[in-house]
Unconditional design. Structure first.
Length: 267
């Protein structure tokens, strides 16, 4: 096999030199009497970034798909939330104050079907999206399904799945209590929430249950943690969306209840 030195008729050896772009330390090559300097790793990364990382970043920034937010839900902002009952104004103002980096960064939205709780939860995410690196939003059943998938895929099983949910900046649990969960599923959700409590991570929960039903379904231990971590509204770590259903109102008005960005979702 020919060597470079055989082709050019001289000696070839590696040398230390300066990056031709930034002037920092870099590697080079001495071919005979001629020195060639190479770009440093930092300049190489700047000129040729990791394409897979760029694709992930674009997905994160443009579609929020990795957060569990659909294209339609991206329009569910506070500005697109239609106010049709006076009680909504104070709740909206409270949700606007929520901050995932605050000491009290948990919030539960209780209320009947059709009151736009999921719309408000998404609006809270979108309002704070610049400060959120990783988030996941799904129904309690969806979270359990993802937990099982990750537990199956990881070498350490359930422990790695728990760590994944623990490290998220924000976890949104939608429709808690709509589907009757098994004791094991409730235990998994409680464990996920407990780990987020211990690491000061933000949580948003929407539920059709009443506060009393929520306490019965979950342990006093979790409810007690909610009182410590929950953003207070009227002295309580939750809000109650107590107004007529958006879909019922649209039916009475003869309008379409599933407009983009509206409150046509079940919660």
């Amino acid at each position: 096999m020919l060597k470079v030195s055989d082709i050019i008729g001289g000696t070839v050896r590696k040398i230390d030199c300066q990056c031709p772009l930034c002037g920092g330390g870099s590697a080079g090559m001495l071919i005979g009497d001629h020195a060639i300097s190479f770009r440093c790793e930092a300049c190489n990364r700047a000129l040729h970034p990791d394409i897979s990382a760029l694709v992930k970043l674009q997905t994160f920034d443009s579609g929020l798909r990795e957060w569990g937010v659909t294209e339609r839900e991206e329009a569910q902002t506070f500005d697109s939330y239609e106010i049709y009952a006076e009680a909504q104004r104070a709740i909206i103002d409270a949700c606007k104050v929520w901050n995932p980096e605050a000491d009290r960064n948990w919030l539960v939205l209780f209320g009947k079907c059709g009151t736009g709780k999921d719309h408000l939860a998404t609006a809270m995410l979108l309002r704070n999206r610049d400060g959120i690196r990783a988030c996941y939003a799904d129904s309690a059943a969806g979270v359990i399904a993802l937990f099982r998938t990750k537990a199956y895929d990881q070498d350490d099983g359930e422990m790695e799945a728990l760590r994944w949910f623990e490290k998220l900046d924000v976890l949104v649990l939608r429709d808690v209590g709509v589907k009757q969960a098994t004791n094991a599923e409730f235990a998994t959700i409680v464990e996920i929430l407990d780990r987020r409590y211990r690491t000061d991570r933000a949580v948003i929960i929407t539920s059709n249950m009443t506060p009393a039903e929520f306490r019965t379904a979950f342990s006093d231990r979790l409810v007690d943690r909610l009182w410590q971590r929950g953003m207070l509204y009227a002295g309580k770590p939750y809000v109650v969306c107590d107004w007529p259903s958006w879909r019922r109102k649209c039916a009475e008005d003869g309008s379409h209840a599933t407009q983009q960005g509206g409150q046509g979702d079940p919660a």
